[in-house]
Design a protein around this ligand. Structure first.
Ligand SMILES: [Mn+2]
Length: 424
């Protein structure tokens, strides 16, 4: 049965319950002076991009356990992304990774259009060596001591821009693994200078209507120092490059307990927040599903975004960046997109006027209570209604399982032999 028919059939069994839940929540919100339809409209307009690499099973540095029906290449990945959006209704764009997703741009465009998908930021890769690569990134890429390696890494990024241009993308995200493992191994200052020079060469090749995002990460694969280790270095980079350069915040790329919502507020103040890589973590860059470990933190990030959403020029690229080791990647991506959408809707129902009043009066207890009231509100009926109205599934995971999609593609996509370690 076609996915559309499965969705209709599954939704039909749930529509009456949803109507009752939606009416009850609508009445409760109305008593608080909140119009539920306005929230549902915001939920329907919200979108977060899916990472092409997230549709396959990831792994850890120890092992990778492939699942059934894993995508064999970018066309299969796009197929899966189409299913994710069809069921969840919140992921209209895909973020590609080069060289993993290298393909004829015309075919990419055609396939995406057929699935109702567009393309978000391009991601370059100079953190691993490719089989046909002349020079190695073992000791760095854009900040390497060797000018030839740096040039090769710059050219790779320029190629990503070219591919992106051909498929309608408008941004390039640069994350490098460059750094050092031992004190003394590199010059902390000169290595950063070399990185900036390389980034300037990439920036010079940026089309006028494009942006370049600098993504920081505290450590890993480098364990002593990392060139772009935090938002301070990322902001310096974006400021030195120019107006088309902004910072990308990956939620998992900070030290434990860092106040990420403050970073968000500061970067917006500087006009330099470009986008996000959403995921969740307990200890390090765990790449777990968004909202599964620290849902309140995700809410607080969106609280800043909603409070500052009218900031002139603010145009955020929302993307998911996760690695799925023990779940079906399609299910994880659907649930994660909904968690991100949920945080956005919860932040949207914060009583801003009351909050500001309590802030002015220095009533810390009540100010905190305003946020908690929004966070505690179960907005699930709003998300479900948004999906129903978009032709997506009221219960996307149950519908996905009922569709038999995974078993069907498992029969079409033979397992790739081997499957080495590491996140792929
Ligand atoms: Mn990331």
């Amino acid at each position: 049965m076609a996915m559309k028919s499965v969705i209709e059939q599954e939704n039909a069994a749930r529509e009456a319950d949803l109507a009752a839940d939606y009416d009850a929540l609508g009445a409760q919100l109305a008593r608080r002076g909140v119009e539920i339809e306005a929230l549902t409209a915001r939920a329907m307009a919200f979108g977060v991009a899916v990472p092409s690499w997230g549709t396959g099973t990831g792994g850890t540095r120890f092992a990778r356990f492939p699942g059934d029906g894993e995508p064999r290449g970018i066309m299969d990945k796009l197929e899966d992304c189409g299913v994710i959006h069809q069921l969840g209704g919140a992921t209209p764009r895909v973020s590609l990774h080069v060289p993993w997703d290298r393909a004829d741009p015309a075919l990419l465009r055609e396939k995406a259009a057929a699935l109702g998908l567009g393309f978000d930021a391009m991601n370059s890769n100079t953190f691993q060596d490719q089989p046909d690569q002349a020079l190695s990134y073992k000791f760095g890429s854009l900040s390497h001591t060797d000018a030839g390696v740096r040039r090769q890494a710059v050219e790779h990024n320029l190629e990503c821009i070219e591919i992106g241009r051909a498929i309608g993308a408008k941004a390039l995200t640069v994350w490098i693994g460059d750094g050092s493992n031992f004190p003394g191994q590199t010059s902390l200052s000169r290595q950063f200078d070399r990185y900036l020079d390389s980034m300037k060469a990439i920036y010079a090749g940026l089309p006028e209507d494009w942006r370049i995002f600098s993504e920081h990460k505290i450590y890993e694969p480098a364990f002593y120092s990392t060139v772009v280790q935090d938002w301070g270095t990322s902001l310096m980079t974006a400021q030195e490059l120019g107006p088309q350069a902004q910072c990308l915040v990956d939620l998992g790329h900070h030290a434990p307990n860092v106040n990420i919502e403050m970073i968000v507020a500061r970067l917006i103040r500087a006009g330099k927040l470009g986008g996000f890589h959403f995921n969740d973590s307990k200890y390090g860059d765990d790449d777990l599903d968004a909202g599964t470990i620290e849902p309140f933190r995700l809410f607080l990030v969106f609280n800043e975004l909603v409070e500052l959403e009218d900031t002139p020029g603010l145009d955020l690229a929302h993307m998911i960046d996760q690695s799925h080791n023990v779940t079906d990647p399609i299910e994880s991506l659907i649930v994660s997109a909904a968690a991100i959408q949920r945080a956005f809707v919860q932040a949207s129902l914060v009583d801003r006027a009351a909050l500001e009043g309590y802030r002015q009066d220095n009533d810390a207890l009540m100010a905190a209570a305003v946020l908690r009231q929004a966070f505690r509100t179960d907005v699930e009926p709003i998300l479900q209604m948004a999906r129903l109205r978009k032709g997506a599934a009221i219960d996307p995971v149950a519908t996905f399982r009922a569709s038999g999609y995974r078993a069907r593609v498992a029969a079409e996509r033979p397992r790739i032999a081997g499957g080495g370690g590491g996140i792929v």
